[in-house]
Design a protein around this ligand. Sequence first.
Ligand code: NAD
Length: 258
Amino acid sequence: MHRTVIVTGSTSGIGLAIARAFANDGCNIMLNGFGLEHEIEDTRLLMEAESGTRVLYHPADMTKPDEIADLIKTANEKLGSVDILINNAGVQHVAPLEEFPTEKWNQIIAINLTSSFHTMHAVIPLMKAAGKGRIINIASAHGLVASPYKSAYVAAKHGIIGLTKSAALELAETGITVNAICPGYVLTSLLEKQIPDTAKARGISEDEVKNDVLLRLQATKEFVKAADIAATAIFLASDAAKQITGTHISIDGGWTAQ
Ligand code: NAD
């Protein structure tokens, strides 16, 4: 039987790469995230054609608990189970703390942290009944270390690592594992959008942001690829990873070794 995977925020970037990798590994997929309707439909159809599995889409807004509950319920009803949950949806805003807009703080905490509480709240009873499950939270190197001007993001990502550990302990004897992946910089729309604001906040050019701010932190001097994150998610969802729980795996080119 095909396993079912829900990937929040999978209409672009890391989430889309993860969804594709699981589809090509034989899983049914529930896509989620924002974007143009026809582009999402094209992606969905292409993934089904490539993988031969079922790929559905649910438009739940990760700031809305009722919509999140409906995402989990719909995946379970239409695809028959929820075996793997990937909490990936995320946004960023870069500004000094004293200028940080309150609505941006609230939005980042809601999407990058609280939505994972809501997805887990809804999915845990289903996984407990099945006696197995995998929950993978896409945190960040910013879940382990900070950078200036990213206060809400750093707070949310540190928070998701705490949530990961707590959930792992609660679920340790249920066959459900809970882990985080901490990527370094991946060139996705989330990262590209923050380059102009980082340049402004630091008073430097956009090229200087890429080379002197972002890649300065990664010892390999290379951006991480979304496919690298997907490969680690596939491993964490495998039987070989059944004793890995309550921890994180860094994929950050050596950033947090420093
Ligand atoms: P991205 O902008 O390409 O993708 C973000 C996804 O989240 C999109 O599908 C978007 O539609 C969705 N999304 C945003 N707001 C939403 C909402 N309210 N409801 C539902 N979906 C919503 O960015 P990405 O870089 O692929 O980011 C994915 C995850 O990886 C995020 O959690 C991010 O913090 C994390 N991450 C990214 C990097 C990086 O350098 N790009 C590094 C570390 C961690």
